[in-house]
Design a protein around this ligand. Structure first.
Ligand SMILES: *Cc1c(COP(=O)(O)O)cnc(C)c1O
Length: 434
């Protein structure tokens, strides 16, 4: 499969090149030239399969031309040793719990998959030089990527995160690891971190000296595997006979997760409508309403992994729908929530149904309510993180003392190690060059 850039359709690179480079040289995002169609029969068989089996099948369609089926199966099986269970919250509202991986957030899926694909290609290349993975994080990406790549030979990971703007549980998950992981505490916002990373990829001097790649959802090996669990969600509903009119609500920040869902839809997954659930960072909602995309600085909210003012994958969404606003609004709706809305939703769902939402999932749930599901429709919202990752916020809102899973506690017992840097690209560059 060849990949082009959202910047130029004439670009044509292999999967290997797209994964190793991350971002195209013109700063565009790589897109597969063809989106494979999965036949209806295969999709309907999935209800008998587990997550790994579904993931293997979808992966084969996307990556089967570039990686031998044996190697690909090893990558998928090793990357995804956990399930993404579907849980009924009430009536026709379900949640797909994506937090059963090692760092308790959905990003484990893409990060673990990408680490293994990259390792596969590095082995093939036989390069002596390390590959440096740069990742900007508002919290969860850093932990998933750092843990996904921990101890992988030939790869060094630099995690850039905004000082004081991630939760303690998130911070511990990527600052306590050591080995091939370096945490950089940037005196700025997530958007500043993301801008530094983007600049690094286009800096001639830096790229001459070092191999750099990105593990943000701009990387095709990170975001495409996220399409696997949309098929899994469908399969689980299909098994219960309620998959005919599916509404999928996705708590969104950089829009990698939603874009993966749109790819699944293009591959033939029967979804009636997608909902982009946002916090106060609502540039996408504004685009849906007005057709004008107006990126701006992000504001801090309870759902901090969605505090993004200029979502990277917006370019992919435009590209998928030929820049046609009408086509986009025909398939995608949007809603936005303030911190007060998030808190009220969490309290309501906890009190009425006994389900503990995290602040991101709360936006997803609230969107389904505001959308107003018909009795014939089934709504799914993605639960993108375990609530214990935001324990301080969740306990304050619910007056609870939720349990911290052992997986998470293990990180909290470690010692934080990080390097503090300003938000200037020059400072970051000087650090990498030495
Ligand atoms: C990253 C993240 C999101 C946003 O996902 P995008 O793919 O960036 O849109 C939502 N919730 C949680 C918990 C996250 O970590």
């Amino acid at each position: 499969m060849k990949y082009y850039s959202t910047g130029a359709k004439s670009v044509s690179v292999t999967l290997k090149e797209a994964v190793i480079k991350g971002l195209a040289p013109d700063r565009g995002l790589y897109m597969p030239k063809k989106i494979p169609l999965i036949d209806k029969k295969t999709v309907s068989q999935m209800k008998e399969w587990n997550f790994k089996e579904i993931a293997n099948t979808v992966a084969q369609f996307f990556f089967g031309q570039d990686i031998s089926s044996g190697a690909l199966k090893e990558i998928v099986d090793d990357a995804l040793p956990f399930e993404t269970p579907l849980v009924r919250v009430h009536d026709n509202i379900y949640t797909l719990e994506l937090f059963h991986g090692p760092t308790l957030a959905f990003k484990d899926v893409g990060a673990r998959f990408m680490a293994r694909i990259l390792r596969h290609f590095i082995r093939e290349t036989n390069s002596k030089k390390d590959i440096n993975v740069l990742v900007a994080t508002s919290g969860d990406t850093g932990s998933a990527v750092a843990n996904g790549f921990l101890g992988v030979n030939g790869i060094h990971v630099f995690v850039l995160y905004p000082k004081g703007k991630v939760s303690p549980a998130q911070e511990y998950q990527f600052t306590t690891l050591g080995q091939n992981i370096t945490a950089l505490e940037i005196d700025g916002t997530f958007d500043d971190c993301q801008e530094i990373v983007k600049q690094a990829f286009t800096d001639g001097e830096l790229n001459e000296k070092l191999y750099l790649t990105s593990a943000n959802s701009i990387n095709v090996a990170r975001f495409l595997p996220q399409s696997f669990y949309y098929f899994n969600a469908y399969a689980q509903l299909d098994k219960r006979g309620i998959s005919d009119e599916l509404i999928v609500s996705v708590p969104s920040g950089n829009f990698g997760n939603l874009t993966a869902g749109l790819f699944a839809w293009k591959m033939g997954l029967p979804v009636k409508r997608f909902i982009a659930a946002n916090n106060r960072n609502d540039v996408f909602l504004e685009y849906l309403k007005t057709g004008v995309y107006n990126p701006r600085a992000s504001v801090e909210t309870y759902a901090n992994a969605m505090d993004v003012g200029n979502p990277s994958n917006f370019a992919r969404i435009l590209d998928l729908f030929d820049n046609d606003h009408r086509k986009i609004t025909d398939l995608i709706s949007g809603f936005r929530y303030t911190n007060e809305d998030i808190a009220q939703t969490m309290q309501k769902v906890y009190n009425l149904y006994g389900y503990v939402l995290d602040p991101h999932g709360a936006c997803g749930y609230a969107s389904l309510e505001d959308y107003g599901l018909l009795p014939s429709e089934t709504g799914i919202f993605l639960e993108t993180a375990h609530p214990a990752k935001f324990k301080e916020t969740v306990d304050r809102i619910l007056h609870s003392d939720i349990e911290i899973p052992a997986k998470l506690q293990k990180f909290m017992n470690g010692t934080k190690q990080s390097v503090e840097l300003g938000k200037d690209f020059a400072e970051f560059k000087a650090f990498l060059m030495k």
